[in-house]
Write a protein that binds this ligand. Structure first.
Ligand SMILES: NC(=O)c1ccc[n+]([C@@H]2O[C@H](COP(=O)([O-])OP(=O)(O)OC[C@H]3O[C@@H](n4cnc5c(N)ncnc54)[C@H](OP(=O)(O)O)[C@@H]3O)[C@@H](O)[C@H]2O)c1
Length: 275
C-alpha cells in the first residue's frame, strides 16, 4: 500500500548506491515518487516501478560543492531531500590524523551541507519541502574511538535544528533520523587510523573497539528500517525534530536524556572499549 506523502513526488537522495540511501531511494520510488539518487560509484540508469514511480541513478561526489549545486539546480523538482551520503573514520581522539578528520567532515558534514543548501533554496521558493538528514545515535552520544565520526554527526544535529527553525515560516520542514547499528556497506568502508608507531598504547584497544562496532553493525537492523522511517516522515505535516530508529534506540535515547554524564560514560566505555 502506498504511504501518504505531504510534500510531493520529486525526491533527491544522496548515497543512493548502497545501504540506507539505496533503501530510501527504492522505497520512495516504490511508493510512486520520482527519485534521483546520487553517489560516486554507480551505473547511471533509470528504473521504472510498477506503481508509476521511478529511480534515476547518477554519479555525483557530494564534496564537490559547485557540481552538487549545478546538479540540484538542474533537477526538475525537489520536494523531499534525503541526505544519506556518509562514511566513518575510527581512531583514537589523540592520534587521528588531521587529513582523516578533514575527510570525515568533508563527506559527512560539508557533503550534507553542499546538498542541503541548493535543495532548501528550491523548497523555500516553492513554499514546500522536507529535508531529511541521516544522522546517527553517535550524533547524540560520543562514541569512544569514533570521536571524529561523532563530531560530524553532532554537527549535523546542530545544522538540522537551525534549518528547522529558520525555514518553518517558508513551509519547509527539516528533521534528522538517528539510526543505530545498521547492516550496510558502512562497516567495510570504514577508514581506520593506524595505531601510532611510537607505542602500542591504542593498538589492541582500537582493534577490539572497531571489531565490536563492526560486529554490532553487521548484526544490526536492516537499511529498510531506516527507509521506512524516512517514508513515514514524508507522511507527517509537522514531523518531529529527531527520530531514532527502532524501539531499543528510542528507549536508549529516553534513558540517556535523564542519565548523568558519568553513567553514560560508564555504559559507552563498557560497550566500546573492551578490555
Ligand atoms: N550503518 C550504520 O550502522 C549507520 C548507523 C548510523 C548512521 N549511519 C549513517 O547512514 C548513512 C549511510 O550509510 P550506510 O550505512 O548506508 O553506508 P554505506 O552502505 O557505505 O553507504 C554510504 C553511501 O554514501 C555514498 N557516499 C560516500 N561518500 C560519498 C561522496 N563523497 N559523494 C557521494 N556519495 C558518497 C556511498 O556511495 P559511493 O561510495 O558510491 O560514493 C554510498 O552510497 C551515513 O551517513 C552513515 O553515517 C549508518
Amino acid at each position: 500500500m502506498k504511504r501518504q506523502n505531504h510534500y510531493g513526488k520529486n525526491v533527491f537522495v544522496t548515497g543512493a548506491s548502497s545501504g540506507i540511501g539505496q533503501a530510501c531511494a527504492r522505497m520512495f520510488a516504490e511508493n510512486g515518487c520520482n527519485v534521483t539518487g546520487v553517489s560516486r560509484n554507480t551505473e547511471e540508469k533509470t528504473e521504472v516501478f510498477p506503481g508509476g514511480g521511478s529511480l534515476t541513478l547518477k554519479r555525483l561526489d557530494v564534496t564537490d560543492e559547485a557540481a552538487v549545486k549545478e546538479f540540484v539546480d538542474d533537477l526538475p523538482g525537489v520536494d523531499i531531500a534525503v541526505l544519506c551520503a556518509g562514511m566513518g573514520v575510527a581512531g583514537p581522539a589523540e592520534t587521528t590524523a588531521s587529513e582523516l578528520t578533514r575527510r570525515q567532515m568533508e563527506v559527512n558534514y560539508f557533503g550534507t551541507l553542499n546538498a542541503a543548501q541548493p535543495c532548501l533554496t528550491r523548497m523555500r521558493e516553492q513554499h514546500r519541502g522536507l529535508l531529511v538528514v541521516i544522522g546517527s545515535i553517535a550524533g547524540r552520544v560520543s562514541i569512544p574511538m569514533q570521536s571524529q565520526y561523532s563530531a560530524s554527526k553532532y554537527a549535523l544535529e546542530a545544522f538540522t535544528d537551525a534549518v528547522r527553525m529558520e525555514m518553518k515560516q517558508y513551509g519547509v520542514r527539516a528533521c534528522i533520523i538517528e539510526p543505530g547499528d545498521t547492516k550496510t556497506g558502512f562497516t567495510a568502508a570504514r577508514i581506520m587510523q593506524n595505531s601510532d608507531n611510537r607505542s602500542d598504547t591504542y593498538g589492541i584497544r582500537l582493534k577490539k573497539s572497531v571489531a565490536k562496532m563492526a560486529a554490532d553493525e553487521q548484526g544490526g537492523r536492516s537499511p529498510e528500517s531506516v527507509a521506512k522511517t524516512a517514508l513515514a516522515l514524508a507522511g507527517r505535516k509537522d514531523p518531529p525534530a529527531r527520530v531514532p530508529v527502532g524501539i531499543e534506540y528510542k528507549a536508549l535515547m529516553q534513558l540517556l536524556r535523564i542519565m548523568p554524564d558519568r553513567g553514560k560514560e560508564f555504559i559507552l566505555s563498557k560497550l566500546y572499549l573492551p578490555k
